[in-house]
Unconditional design. Structure first.
Length: 158
């Protein structure tokens, strides 16, 4: 395989992670693992961490196992590139969800970027529901088109 194939695996894995995240968020986090995710939908939090952060640890461990298998088993070296895509998505998730949207670290507070406004709106709609049923907007980076339209309309009025 050549370098473009490896880059394709990394980018493809990153994109597939968005679909997997949507599925896991809707059917696992808002399903049988609501016990971990519930505190993330509560308006007030005690302390820096939430039970919801266990998901980050679990997904990080999965990524580490894929890295190890790709490193220790020569025939499975290709797994290193899948692990890179998973890890890059995890980093994007941290910066977009925890830093930008939830402001767990006070960076990027005043961004007026069109995409970021649409992303924040979609996430606010998701958090309107404080219980596990009737949720909306389960993805992280992909934003439904209606929120782009709203962001564009508010931008053109400014």
């Amino acid at each position: 395989m050549n370098i473009l194939s490896y880059i394709g695996i990394i980018v493809g894995t990153f994109c597939l992670m968005e679909m997997l995240t949507w599925f896991l968020h809707k059917y696992v986090m808002h399903g049988f693992m609501w016990i971990w995710h519930e505190d993330h939908h509560q308006p007030a939090h005690k302390g820096v961490f939430e039970k919801n952060d266990y998901f980050f640890v679990v997904f990080g461990c999965i990524s580490m196992v894929v890295f190890l298998l790709g490193t220790l088993v020569p025939e499975w070296r290709i797994l290193l590139f899948f692990a890179c895509g998973i890890t890059l998505y995890g980093c994007a998730y941290f910066f977009v969800h925890d830093v930008f949207i939830h402001q767990r670290i006070k960076w990027l507070r005043n961004s007026n970027n069109f995409y970021f406004r649409a992303l924040r709106k979609a996430h606010k709609v998701h958090h309107k529901q404080i219980d596990k049923e009737d949720g909306a907007c389960f993805g992280m980076l992909w934003v439904p088109p209606k929120y782009f339209r709203e962001a564009w309309q508010t931008r053109s009025k400014q």
